[in-house]
Design a protein around this ligand. Structure first.
Ligand SMILES: [Mg+2]
Length: 395
């Protein structure tokens, strides 16, 4: 769902100012999350807090988010805005098949434990407002696509499902969409376009660029494309997360971390004195690679870390520069995450980087490992898991 929020934010300035190109700065000063993200967060919080997943609790939470964010950039959809402002007891679904149901559904695919459950949760998330069959299908397409790709499905598997189980058709390729697509607020008009933008992409960023390049309802197309792309490509580039971190309310991250579903805590041992052949020791050092103290000295002495290399693989280790400030460290952790994703044959045992000589706390550092924590080959120290857990209990 972070992918959805990123797509929405990047698309925010292009919704009413379409550009038909893939060449543009991803973020500008005015790029901001919009209604797509706000309602995605509402659905996420509902999934995490109401184990019975009732319509009434979802409505309540959507109302709370509306109260906190009454005037997002671009506003709310006209009928949805009226619905939000209607007193709770009088709120009725209004048979919509607008893409608002699809843009908010991605968290259903992250929380679901089966494809059927993804379908069921998405249906409930839609039908408080979008109880038209196409409105429900739009939400289900996003949730099921996310669920399937989190579990290793290929793009063509998801395309088959969308076509055969949900009845979508993919009539145009990306090039065709770039010349013919226009503003279309329906689920029927948005899902195939957003999936095509994702399907023809090479990586997460490319998917978002594709989505913007077709024009139309840019924030919502990119939101849905981003939801698919995050689930498929697994990792979002560090520089994009960094830009996003500056633009989201900090309490949103707590929910996003929890949605990432750290089902299995892979805990790195406190004292690592022996490495199996597939294990890599991840330690904090400085940019210059002067491994004088703490885990760095240990890495140099015992695991062949190379003197003078402050970042990346050396010997049986991976060095992370932690002495240059939190911002630089966060970007380095992002690069580490991309590295670990690309190297599934090794298990990365992360020590409490940044929390020794660098002097930071696990509370400051653990959030940087949000993406890494969802990778099966990354092991984090217990103190980092404790932080991620602590945040999750805030919800
Ligand atoms: Mg929007």
């Amino acid at each position: 769902m972070l992918g959805a929020i990123i797509g929405d934010t990047i698309g925010s300035i292009y919704e009413f100012n379409n550009i038909h190109t893939k060449v543009f700065p991803l973020f500008s000063k005015t790029s901001t999350f919009t209604d797509d993200s706000i309602m995605s967060m509402a659905v996420a919080e509902w999934l995490l807090t109401d184990e019975h997943h009732t319509h009434s609790s979802l409505i309540e939470i959507m109302e709370e988010y509306y109260k906190d964010f009454p005037n997002p950039m671009g506003g709310y959809g006209a009928r949805f805005g009226v619905w939000l402002a209607t007193p709770t007891a009088e709120k009725m679904p209004y048979n919509s098949f607008g893409n608002g149901s699809a843009m908010r559904a991605s968290a259903c695919g992250w929380v679901a434990k089966s494809k059927d459950e993804a379908m069921r949760l998405a249906k409930i998330s839609a039908e408080v407002t979008h109880n038209h069959s196409e409105g429900i299908k739009g939400a289900q397409a996003v949730a099921v696509g996310v669920y399937m790709m989190r579990h290793g499905a290929l793009k063509c598997d998801v395309a088959d499902c969308l076509q055969n189980e949900l009845g979508y058709t993919f009539d145009e390729d990306l090039k065709g969409l770039q010349s013919t697509y226009s503003f279309d607020e329906t689920c029927q008009g948005t899902i195939p376009a957003a999936f095509t933008a994702f399907g023809e992409s090479a990586d997460f960023e490319d998917a978002i660029r594709n989505a913007i390049s077709i024009g139309g309802d840019s924030d919502t197309v990119a939101c849905i494309t981003g939801a698919f792309a995050e689930a498929f490509y697994k990792v979002i580039p560090a520089d994009i997360i960094y830009e996003m971190r500056k633009r989201l309310p900090s309490d949103w991250w707590h929910i996003i971390w929890r949605i990432k579903a750290y089902e299995n805590h892979r805990v790195a041992p406190d004292n690592i004195d022996f490495l199996k052949s597939e294990q890599i020791f991840v330690f904090g050092s400085n940019k210059e690679g002067q491994h004088y103290g703490g885990a760095a000295a240990y890495a140099y002495k015992c695991f062949h870390a190379e003197w003078g290399v402050g970042e990346g693989i050396t010997g049986l280790c991976y060095a992370l520069p932690t002495m240059e400030g939190l911002d630089e460290m966060e970007e380095a952790v992002g690069r580490f995450t991309e590295h670990a994703l690309a190297d599934p044959d090794h298990n990365y045992l992360v020590t409490a980087v940044g929390c020794g000589i660098a002097g930071y706390t696990p509370e400051e550092v653990a959030p940087m490992f949000m993406e890494a924590a969802s990778l099966p080959n990354v092991y984090l120290p217990q103190c980092f898991w404790d932080e991620l857990d602590k945040f999750s209990k805030v919800v």
